[in-house]
Design a protein around this ligand. Sequence first.
Ligand SMILES: [Zn+2]
Length: 98
Amino acid sequence: MSADPISSDDTTRCWCCGNTVDPDRMVRLGRHPEARLCLQCAHFAHQQALRIEDREKRGPTVFARDTLRNLRGEVMRRGLHQNKFIGGWLRRLGKHLP
Ligand SMILES: [Zn+2]
């Protein structure tokens, strides 16, 4: 029997999406180690934090980044990232864009 008061089911469940994940592939939150996020939700939270910080920033680099993000969103909405001819290239490109 473990001394950990959290059940084994809770240690593998993401607090954001609820998916069951290998505990070694989860992010724990500083003072609340019982709160765990899967890597996908941790990346999402990171992107949300960057967007909140960026709301007050201005300048040409912010404009360029926002334009790229909008273009990326349009590609996703149209499903071009799943196109059999250019989808692979777009997905690789997307990993390097802000
Ligand atoms: Zn998750």
